[in-house]
Write a protein that binds this ligand. Structure first.
Ligand code: GLN
Ligand code: ZN
Length: 761
């Protein structure tokens, strides 16, 4: 019976690792305390998989911070600035790289493919000396073995490791990272030899970059790397695991021709096309690890459908060569449904978190060898049927309205420059209008008020008064600072997606459905299980209240449909765009209610629009088309005089600038300050931009207070490429993570810099 799990969440069912890490970092517990929590977590995970009957159980998928950083440690690729003295890398060097220390900042972090997980980007250069400086893979293998569990050690493959790296500071940007292959392979060989000596009979190399668009040179690196490793592989079974998308035909050809490799793992959930490749040619005698159970979502598997896929694959690869697996590591889903005591039973029956997915994988493997657990399959089929027919999932009116949107355009009738003129007549803003992105500092008091209200410890009235008081404080501060377009500060929101999800129908919330985002940080995405609608206005009361406190324009503040979609667990029984259109219709109603309530400026945040971009370039256009369309749907019905803003958090927009223009917002505020003005280079190269634009003038992620001079300098740089009459002045993002002692002086300087420049125009 062949079952396999690609990887497992590390945090623990109740985020035990998070709390242990943070307590260690705060100096409240010792390294031994931390190690004890980690050892216990690993043991319980291995035992759980072993008791479930899984044959190929992964090890070395645990991490104190990040698996890519673990690989950097394994290779001894510590950047010089951490003054590592050599030898085995300890916690202090490791965490310095991850988080920085008193004197040296952390290494850069970036998104792990199209997930919400972030890894630490290796910094490499031509002079780096690699040494085998972390024996974690071997010690975890031995640790499991001592518990009587033979595991499959997992390593990030050498080619993906290099392709995920960047040239270190001072190294020429054109430096070929792949030229380091011959320097890292000797370390990989040592690790493989030690694993073999310890008794390992299988090793898994994760090479997820194989699902990306690769050029011939990159593909050749796979061929030469594994040819070089082949001698080390003798006597071992080697699995190359890919995930997150279907694999391009060229890459498939390269992968299935690698020397020394005995097994290939594919994501058959996001990679439905890979199935065709496997069916049309699969090398004889090799193993297929078929990732049918979704590692990226929280839905129970449709076991009958998976079983029939697997049965058809048996005919292609042979009964003894088919292994049932997950589509990717389960670290991208929630941990254990057992801890969800508040979810209602019907919705719960539709779900499977990591612990439940392990059981599903095993049940499928057993069914393939004639040991089908009929009762388990029947219960699964009943849950699938209930999900298909439940009135809680389907809202015909919403379905119809969303279907009617497709194919049509939804644009405001008047063009943006005429709209801006009409708005200016009403708003009468000074040149270089100043504003902020929405949230103001979230104090402990504020969090307590929300918590107590949720727990029904304070009355509705007490809560409303407390929030009103906070809004009035924020309004007053902004008036004193002389900011032109105000915000209410978002004191009633704990999270920009959860706040809306809680008020929309079709959403459910978990108590412990945490997914690691980076390091000890986790997010708890809402679950979209049904057709989305908006029973009642969500923000109108607060926005109107805030507007009533000032004669300056008050921005209504909404989260856009694409961001709500991308930061949720999304239903898998209809295409993503369908769900996005439904959310767009709900937000549209809110926009129109705000307008009717006298709000003249409405900001619709699309912080996560870019991160939803598919991995494969061939799919970008389709995604951008429906994502941008969804945004336009929310505001195509407002009057010319209503000003629509949007906000985006990352500045890496150069490749999608035309889609951003196509969103047709009146004003966009966008991150800029951390990116060497990459954004401005687009305009320098001549892209025409007619709408209002506010590239952030200072970084809110840092406690540092920017001086008036440096902000003025930034504004001047922007004026060199953008028309004076479209430029806005604002910070990079919301202020909720900052303190008032940072926010007030920073905004004071921002306004002074703006006023200074106004006099020079
Ligand atoms: N309006 C939100 C805020 O100011 C935007 C946050 C974000 O872009 N991530 O907090
Ligand atoms: Zn932002």
């Amino acid at each position: 019976m062949a079952s396999h799990i690609v990887g497992y969440p590390r945090m623990g069912p109740k985020r035990e690792l998070k709390f242990a890490l943070e307590s260690f970092w705060d100096g409240k517990s010792s390294a031994e305390d931390l190690e004890k929590v980690a050892t216990d977590l690993r043991a319980s995970i291995w035992k759980q998989m072993s008791e479930a009957g899984i044959k190929y159980i992964p090890s070395n998928t645990f991490s104190y911070y990040d698996q890519v950083l673990d690989t950097t440690a394994m290779l001894g690729a510590v950047p010089e600035r951490y003054s590592w003295a050599g030898g085995e890398i300890g916690l202090s060097t490791y965490f310095s790289m991850a988080r920085g220390n008193a004197t040296v900042p952390a290494m850069e972090m970036t998104k792990w493919f199209d997930t919400n997980y972030h890894f630490i980007v290796p910094e490499l250069g031509p002079t780096i000396k690699f040494t085998h400086a972390s024996h974690k893979a071997v010690s975890e293998y031995k640790e499991a073995k001592a518990l009587g569990i033979d595991t499959v050690p997992v390593l990030i493959g050498p080619v993906s490791y290099l392709l995920l790296s960047k040239p270190a500071k001072g190294v020429d940007k054109s430096f070929s990272l792949l030229s380091l292959l011959s320097s890292i392979l000797p370390i990989y060989k040592e690790v493989v030899a030690e694993l073999k000596a310890a008794g390992a009979s299988w090793i898994q190399f994760d090479e997820p970059t194989l699902v990306k668009d690769l050029d011939a040179h990159e593909l050749a690196a796979f061929t030469s790397a594994y040819a070089e490793l082949e001698s080390a592989f003798s006597g071992l079974n080697v699995l190359i695991e890919t995930y997150f998308a279907d694999i391009p035909a060229e890459n498939y050809k390269t992968l299935t021709s690698l020397s020394g490799v005995t097994a290939y793992g594919f994501d058959l959930v996001r990679g439905a096309k890979t199935l065709d490749l496997v069916r049309s040619s699969f090398p004889s005698g090799k193993y297929l690890f078929a990732g049918v159970v979704d590692g990226r979502n929280i839905w129970a598997d449709d076991l009958a459908a998976s079983l029939s896929t697997l049965e058809s694959l048996e005919a292609v690869v042979g009964k003894d060569k088919l292994v049932v697996s997950t589509s990717c590591s389960l670290m991208h889903t929630a941990v254990d449904l057992v801890n969800e005591t508040k979810l209602d039973d019907e919705i719960k029956s539709w779900l499977a978190f990591a612990a439940q997915k392990v059981v599903e994988v095993n049940a499928l493997a057993k069914a393939l060898v004639g040991q089908k657990d009929e009762a388990y399959f029947a219960a699964n089929a009943a849950a699938q049927a209930s999900r298909r027919s439940s009135p809680r999932v389907t809202n015909e009116e919403v379905q119809k309205a969303a279907a009617a949107l497709r194919g049509s355009d939804h644009r405001r009738a008047t063009n943006v420059s005429a709209r801006l003129d009409a708005q200016q007549k009403k708003l009468n803003l000074p040149v270089l209008p100043t504003t902020t992105i929405g949230s103001f500092p979230q104090t402990m008091d504020l969090r307590r008020v929300r918590r107590e209200y949720k727990a029904k410890k304070i009355s509705e009235e007490e809560y409303t008064n407390a929030i009103k008081e906070e809004i009035s404080k924020v309004v007053k501060i902004q008036e004193e600072l002389d900011i032109d377009v105000l915000v209410h500060g978002e004191p009633e929101r704990n999270d920009m997606v959860e706040y809306f999800g809680e008020q929309l129908s079709g959403f459910a919330f978990t108590a412990n459905g945490w997914v690691q985002s980076y390091g000890s940080r986790c997010v708890k995405p809402p679950i979209i299980y049904g057709d989305v609608s908006r029973p009642n206005p969500m923000t109108v009361y607060w926005s109107k209240t805030a507007q009533s406190m000032t004669s300056r324009p008050m921005k209504g503040m909404l989260t856009g449909p694409v961001t709500i979609l991308n930061w949720s667990f999304v239903r898998n029984d209809q295409p993503r765009f369908e769900t996005c259109y439904q959310i767009a219709l709900a937000i549209k109603k809110e926009v129109e209610d705000l307008e009717a309530g006298g709000i003249q400026v409405i900001q619709i945040d699309e912080a996560a629009l870019r991160e939803g971009l598919p991995l494969r370039k061939s799919e970008h256009a389709f995604y951008l088309d429906w994502a941008v369309h969804s945004f336009r749907i929310t505001n195509c019905g407002v009057q010319d005089t209503t000003q629509i803003h949007t906000h985006m958090c990352y500045s890496n927009f150069n490749d999608i600038i035309h889609s951003i223009i196509d969103m047709d917002a009146d004003v966009i505020t966008i991150e800029n300050s951390r990116s060497d003005e990459k954004l401005l280079s687009v305009f320098r190269e001549g892209v025409k931009y007619g709408a209002g634009i506010g590239p952030g003038v200072y970084d809110i992620h840092s406690p540092r207070i920017p001086s008036t001079e440096e902000i003025a300098d930034r504004i001047n740089k922007m004026l060199a490429v953008l028309d004076t009459n479209i430029l806005w002045v604002n910070p990079d993002c919301g202020l909720k993570t900052r303190k008032y002692t940072e926010v007030k002086p920073a905004l004071t300087n921002m306004v002074s810099a703006t006023k200074l420049i106004r006099t020079q125009l």
